[in-house]
Design a protein around this ligand. Structure first.
Ligand code: PPY
Length: 497
């Protein structure tokens, strides 16, 4: 590879010849400018200079090497020409550092909502907008919490609960909790170590991590950070280019990943308005007029900017192909009906996740835990239940061990938790994730004792009253803890009256 000086790179700083540096390598992205899902303007900002810092948090590490033809990989930067600049700390970063210093100590955190409140306080606005946003009116994200509050317990007594054990198996793998870490993308937006915080904490505590396709850390870095025997699954966004997907899946299997969770609820990304609004604000914080009036390729926030590789043509016809390329158990993530649950079963898959993508896709889609009731009833028509060959998972809105126990009582094998773990590392790094596990353990111990369940197998449907679950009207207790993280409109609505 040829050595290229930074001065030479700087000579290519226009839209007719645009070179950038990422991780010490020089790329000619001129032809790619009109295709960049995030728009050309953001690349041009780094034309002729090092773009690594801007690139890292919002791109999968191999995005540039995968998408850019090899002849555009020009060479490596001559290290002798690199001028080390001591960067001035930006006002935003200074503010963030101050907020980090002032955040409550980890000892003051008593539940998972607390992590979210702290994360909201310390995260850069773009990161908070991306992580917390949900689609349209954000009805489903709130329903995910509310649904659990419409399920009531029917506790049993006098069952000698001196010892309770909440460990279980997930797809045949031991898990210290009946909870796995669900995939959430772009971890470095919220913490410099990104997803590695989850890997390290999970390895220490025997919790299973689902690695996201769109992690900020490189896939191999996440695998390498695992301890021997640590179980990891892979969440898959299926690429329009199936060769990329095949290689990715087979590489994951070779590296020891134990389950493949194919996301099926995102043929197109939902409109997350909190995230989208971020495009109206430039770096000085000044509101800007929307530039792309023609509306052909609008900059619609972090998520939509990088979602164009996802294949919307994915269909049931592809399932045999997935089965042919891997021996990992395959689970569909994002199923919402008994009809599709039965299809997944009949296609010989290993399971489904009843999920609405944390409320980020189809708004007013029902909650996973509500769908669980119909799905389990349908699966019982195919044979004895529970069926060790077909597992049903639920995610969305889980913040309490009581939520976990309700889902399991209704037939779930385990539940996925995404945002809550992510907020825990945004706020406190690996220690935060470990504390989140501890909170789950403490709550599980107490709730299992109070419910009269000594083991996960003791949790049965008669321990819950889900009669009100399908009723979407009526009073639900106000969730004050959760509501503290609610967003208000960024402008004064009175102005428009
Ligand atoms: C999400 O944001 O909901 C995701 O699942 C991750 C993602 C991020 C960017 C593009 C597509 C999906």
């Amino acid at each position: 590879m040829s050595l290229i000086s930074t001065q030479t790179v700087a000579e290519h700083a226009t839209s007719s010849s645009c070179w950038i540096i990422v991780h010490g390598k020089v790329y000619d992205v001129t032809d790619f400018l009109p295709e960049h899902p995030g728009g050309s303007k953001i690349i041009l900002k780094y034309a002729g200079v090092d773009a690594t810092e801007a690139y890292d948090p919002i791109h999968p590490p191999d995005a540039i090497t995968t998408h850019l033809p090899k002849d555009k990989h020009l060479g490596v930067v001559d290290p002798n020409t690199v001028i080390k600049v001591v960067k001035e700390v930006t006002a935003e970063e200074k503010n963030r550092q101050e907020l980090m210093m002032a955040r409550p100590s980890l000892d003051a955190i008593v539940n998972l909502h607390d992590f979210e409140a702290v994360a909201k306080g310390i995260l850069p606005p773009k990161a908070w907008a991306y992580y917390s946003s949900a689609s349209d009116d954000e009805i489903t994200i709130r329903e995910n919490r509310a649904a659990y509050q419409r399920i009531w317990f029917r506790p049993r007594v006098l069952r000698d609960v001196s010892v309770v054990d909440w460990s279980t198996t997930i797809l045949g793998r031991r898990s210290s909790l009946p909870v796995y870490i669900s995939a959430t993308a772009l971890g470095k937006l919220g913490h410099p170590d990104g997803e590695l915080n989850l890997t390290r904490a999970a390895g220490k505590h025997g919790v299973i991590q689902m690695i996201p396709t769109l992690a900020s850390c490189a896939f191999d870095e996440i695998i390498d950070a695992a301890v021997p025997g640590q179980v990891q699954f892979l969440q898959l966004y299926v690429n329009r280019d199936r060769e990329i997907t095949r290689k990715y899946v087979q590489h994951a299997e070779k590296r020891g990943v134990k389950g493949l969770f194919i996301t099926v609820d995102a043929p197109q990304l939902g409109r997350r308005e909190k995230d989208m609004r971020m495009k109206f604000v430039d770096e000085s914080g000044v509101a800007k007029v929307q530039e792309n009036q023609s509306g052909v390729k609008k900059d619609e926030g972090v998520a939509r900017a990088i979602s164009s590789f996802i294949d919307p043509s994915l269909s049931w016809k592809d399932i045999p192909w997935f089965k042919s390329i891997t021996n990992m158990p395959i689970v569909l993530k994002g199923v919402a009906t008994p009809e599709d649950a039965l299809m997944a079963y009949d296609y010989g898959l290993a399971g489904i996740v009843l999920s609405n993508h944390g409320g980020r896709q189809l708004d007013t889609a029902r909650s996973g835990v509500e769908n669980l009731i119909e799905v389990v009833a349908a699966l019982k028509t195919r044979g004895p239940w529970p069926n060790p060959k077909f597992e049903v998972f639920v995610d969305g809105g889980v913040r309490r061990a009581s939520d976990v126990l309700k889902a399991i009582a209704l037939g779930a094998s385990a539940v996925g938790v995404g945002r809550a773990f992510m907020y825990s590392f945004c706020a406190y790094g690996q220690d935060g994730v470990e504390k989140a596990f501890q909170i789950f353990r403490d709550e599980l111990e107490m709730n299992m004792r109070l419910l009269g369940a000594r083991t996960i197998d003791d949790l049965t449907p008669d321990m819950v009253d889900a009669n009100a679950l399908h009723s979407h009207v009526g009073l639900t207790p106000v969730d004050n803890l959760y509501n503290t993280t609610c967003e208000f409109l960024p402008f004064d609505p009175v102005m428009f009256l």
